[in-house]
Design a protein around this ligand. Structure first.
Ligand SMILES: O=c1ccn([C@@H]2O[C@H](COP(=O)(O)OP(=O)(O)O[C@H]3O[C@H](CO)[C@@H](O)[C@H](O)[C@H]3O)[C@@H](O)[C@H]2O)c(=O)[nH]1
Length: 483
């Protein structure tokens, strides 16, 4: 009997409810919607409320007739912080709440309708491997999207090998000691550069176990999507392909979206969970070419009062103007410490601009920005690479530790100041990037930006891989419906 053709695939997109993940998943969803697919984007109620409040997602996605949002509870009380130490509770609660709900909703065809077929494919965040078990029972192919760099993915993948070789747990406190068991990184990787959770003496550490298991589970998925590009991480991608042969690199995703959807200016495509303060663009307009240091530590990092002060003094002493994003929850605040923010604003009125959240892509594309002091989150790193802005890296946790090593040692796009936080070092790093090494840094940043632009342009690797992904989703759905 002829298999019944599936006219239009229906993809269920399942993000982790955190800014860096939601942002990338929404961008991917727009690209898939552009191909004419039905897309259901499953948000937690909490994240959906924030998105509706701070962005124009409803009107923006209205242009895709096949796209719709759906929501599920995350199982936590309304006022739970869902960040910092609360992240573990979020993950635990998601697992307990989501698995039965997801199964029930798929079985009852909750997201299908007269005009929308049942779900035919799932694209899940790559650290939600429980999806595979649910989907497999229902014969639905699952593709994983890992929102981190290929280099950090590969390092997590190699952790069992590192344990077997006795490289972790570390035998002493020498963090410069070379790590030799991650193929492709033998010449430059040190203990200090391994993803944050490897810095433990307890191999049963929950975060380490979780990330390693989730990474290895990727081999069970039908395919893997990474937000990176071949010219940036080619040698590491070869290593990953020997375990996950169906690998689509479609980064930088924000740039691919811009090239595929011509009216997608940065401000139009914001997926921010905080209110963007656009007044900083006017402030940047008044500053000379490449004179400003942009400072942001992403959506999750927190800092102590002393760390904030060291950065502040270092930046002020560098003599450069700076634009600093200080999220309302950046400071691990204790009583009386709110005062510090007022002092910062007052003390830097001449040369600095402080906002709670910025339109980051627009800031990085601004000609006045000459350097980016960043926590090395993967989205920020890619956005900086695409904009051709050299980086000063102060990694906070997880993948950021290895991203910063690649930025400084492999791609030569900036400097890595991990594990230090003192005003002299900050001042020195800023001066290196903005003055002493300025020309060489700008040259390599511009070269890499050019490669990034080529990868998302017509015939570029990421653009072709997106086409291939779209075709493969169609064929996966036809195959699944015929078995
Ligand atoms: O004022 C700001 C600050 C940030 N952003 C955006 O927020 C995102 C931040 O993402 P990222 O740089 O990846 O940092 P995190 O929010 O910390 O991301 C988490 O998720 C990333 C992707 O998985 C990981 O690489 C990080 O380690 C993890 O902390 C980026 O798109 C920024 O453009 C803004 O729009 N405005």
């Amino acid at each position: 009997m002829e298999p019944s053709p599936v006219a239009v695939p229906h993809v269920l997109v399942l993000p982790i409810p955190l800014q860096g993940h939601i942002n990338s998943m929404l961008k991917l969803s727009e690209l898939i919607s552009l191909a004419g697919f039905h897309v259901t984007f499953l948000n937690t109620e909490h994240i959906h409320r924030l998105l509706l409040h701070f962005t124009n997602v409803t009107s923006r996605f209205a242009r895709w007739p096949g796209f719709h949002f759906a929501t599920i509870p995350d199982g936590l009380p309304f006022d739970h912080p869902r960040s910092g130490p609360g992240l573990v509770e979020l993950f635990d609660s998601l697992k307990i709440t989501s698995i039965p709900l997801l199964r029930e909703m798929l079985v009852s065809n909750r997201w299908g309708s007269d005009v929308r077929p049942p779900v035919t494919c799932i694209i899940a965040d790559g650290i939600m491997s429980f999806t595979i078990d649910v989907a497999r029972d229902l014969n639905i192919p699952t593709i994983f999207f890992r929102t981190v760099s290929a280099c950090s993915f590969w390092a997590y993948f190699c952790v069992p090998k590192l344990i077997e070789a006795g490289e972790i747990p570390f035998r002493d406190a020498d963090m410069d000691c070379p790590i030799t068991c991650v193929p492709g990184m033998e010449n430059f990787l040190r203990r200090a550069d391994l993803p944050g959770s490897c810095r433990t003496n307890n191999l049963g550490d929950r975060t380490l176990q979780f990330l390693v298991t989730e990474t290895i589970n990727t081999t069970r998925a039908s395919a893997l999507i990474l937000n990176t590009f071949e010219d940036l991480e080619g040698p590491i991608l070869c290593q990953i392909r020997s375990h996950c042969p169906r690998l689509y690199t479609i980064g930088p995703l924000h740039a691919l979206l811009k090239t595929q959807i011509s009216d997608s200016s940065p401000s139009v495509s914001s997926n921010s969970l905080w209110e963007e303060n656009k007044s900083c663009i006017r402030w940047l307009d008044s500053k000379p070419l490449r004179s400003v240091v942009y400072v942001s530590f992403g959506s999750l990092a927190t800092m102590t009062r002393d760390e904030v002060l060291e950065f502040w003094h270092g930046l002020v002493n560098s003599g450069k103007p700076f634009l600093w994003v200080i999220r309302p929850d950046l400071l691990a605040r204790k009583e009386g410490e709110d005062q510090i923010l007022t002092e910062l604003v007052e003390g830097t009125r001449e040369r600095a601009y402080i906002v709670e959240w910025a339109p980051q892509e627009e800031v990085l594309a601004h000609p006045a920005v000459g350097g980016f002091l960043t926590h090395s989150g993967w989205n920020s790193t890619l956005e900086s690479i695409y904009a051709g802005v050299p980086m000063i890296c102060w990694p906070y946790f997880a993948d950021q530790q290895i991203n910063s090593r690649f930025v400084s040692e492999v791609w030569k796009l900036g400097l890595d100041m991990k594990d230090t936080c003192d005003r002299l070092k900050v001042e020195l790093m800023v001066k290196e990037v903005m003055e002493r090494k300025r020309d060489e840094m700008i040259k390599s940043a511009e070269n890499m930006a050019k490669l990034a632009r080529m990868s998302v342009g017509e015939g570029g690797s990421s653009s072709c891989n997106l086409d291939k992904l779209i075709q493969d989703i169609r064929s996966m759905c036809v195959r699944a419906s015929s078995t």
